[in-house]
Design a protein around this ligand. Structure first.
Ligand code: M6R
Length: 368
């Protein structure tokens, strides 16, 4: 059932354009308004909430970090993101005006389930984003947005992550529509951008030669850093997690703006650094991240830069350049994550590891 691929993970990476398209399918009415049918939390209740807390573990937590940028930007509701394993034990401030959003591919993660129970005991409404029909988490939640990734067999989450990010965007746009912070045509315009992402992901998948070469070059690297800023920050964290899980290489993700606050001391000629560069926009994020790339290169580290195609500013500072199709900054995680998944899969394969069943890991963690 691997369809000719060596690993389920690789198959699942290549299924991502389809998985994202399926998760977007059938979400609008004839007027282009977003519908979330599976939501049994009324529009009135959603208008009354004054805070969102996203709770999840591992890769799903990183999807939640992307959600924060999108949801706060579109809805102007404060959105916190918390590890499920921390949430319950810090006596969180949760009440009937809090919407708790949980993200789980399997729907069986015990830490996340316990967080749901705790939130509901405090009177909060819980919206689950989940890939597994009929699993425990959606059953114990007030509402669910199903991702339509199809079964994910590889222990490392890939299409699970991309479809979770898409579901978070849908939730953010839906809340914006219901609360009037974004109106019909604006929602439709962002949805149209989203509808174009499967084709853009496919373009990333069609152009992986440079990533394969990189895996060969870095097969003996003892440690790898990943930097990103804004929506690229969770991408950096996810890139590092994939490499740890699959290749058993020490890897860390940092917010690029934190470089000078400590991590720059690590930089030397033996430490390859991936940097996710935000698209050029009206803000200064793009230029600031490029100056981080310069600082890293000046200290002799190998720079591996992910940037949008046609970005003339990066070429001079990238030892390796991975180009991404043009999309708005908030949607860039859907593209930038993909080469990092492939890099980890490829490098682990070269090392002879079992990519689908990494040591010590289980597909769903059903104990606390
Ligand atoms: O099934 P869940 O989405 O709740 O799982 C959460 C994490 O255990 C999971 O994402 C884990 O971090 C993966 N191994 C990441 O590749």
């Amino acid at each position: 059932e691997k369809d000719g691929y060596d690993w389920f993970m690789r198959k699942e990476i290549f299924e991502q354009p389809r998985a994202v398209a399926d998760t977007l399918l059938g979400r609008t009415d004839a007027e282009g308004r977003l519908l979330l049918d599976e939501s049994s939390i009324s529009a009135e209740e959603l208008r009354a909430i004054d805070k969102i807390i996203v709770v999840a573990c591992g890769t799903a937590f990183y999807a939640g970090l992307v959600a924060k940028y999108a949801i706060e930007h579109w809805t102007r509701i404060s959105c916190e993101v918390e590890l499920a394993s921390e949430f319950r034990y810090r006596d969180p401030i949760v009440d009937a005006r809090t919407l708790v959003v949980t993200i789980s591919q399997s729907g069986e993660t015990m830490d996340t389930l316990m967080a749901i129970r705790h939130a509901r005991e405090q009177g909060a409404k819980v919206m689950a984003i989940c890939n597994t029909n009929g699993s425990t988490i959606p059953r114990e939640s007030d509402a669910v947005i199903y991702t339509h990734a199809g079964p994910e067999i590889g222990v490392a989450s890939t299409k699970g992550f991309l479809t979770q990010v898409v579901a978070c965007y849908l939730l953010g746009l839906y809340l914006a529509q219901v609360r009037g912070t974004k109106f019909g045509d604006e929602v439709a315009a962002t949805l149209a951008e989203l509808q174009r992402t499967p084709e853009a992901i496919q373009r990333v998948l069609d152009d992986l030669e440079v990533v394969h070469k990189l895996a060969r070059d870095l097969v003996d690297a003892p440690s790898v850093l990943f930097l990103g800023r804004h929506a690229g920050y969770p991408v950096a964290l996810e890139g590092a997690l994939k490499l740890k899980e699959l290749a058993y290489i020490h890897a860390e993700g940092f917010a690029a703006g934190e470089l000078k606050h400590g991590p720059i001391a690590l930089i030397d000629t033996d430490l390859p650094v991936f940097v996710v560069v935000p698209p050029k926009g009206r803000d200064q994020l793009h230029d600031k991240v490029i100056s981080n790339v310069q600082e890293i290169r000046a200290r002799g580290a190998r720079t591996i830069v992910l940037a949008e195609e046609g970005d003339a500013d990066v070429a001079a500072y990238a030892d390796t350049l991975i180009t991404l199709p043009k999309v708005p900054t908030l949607l860039q995680p859907l593209l930038a994550t993909v080469p990092l998944q492939v890099f980890a899969c490829e490098l682990a394969t070269l090392k002879g590891h079992d990519v689908d069943q990494p040591r010590n890991l289980a597909k769903s963690v059903t104990v606390e």
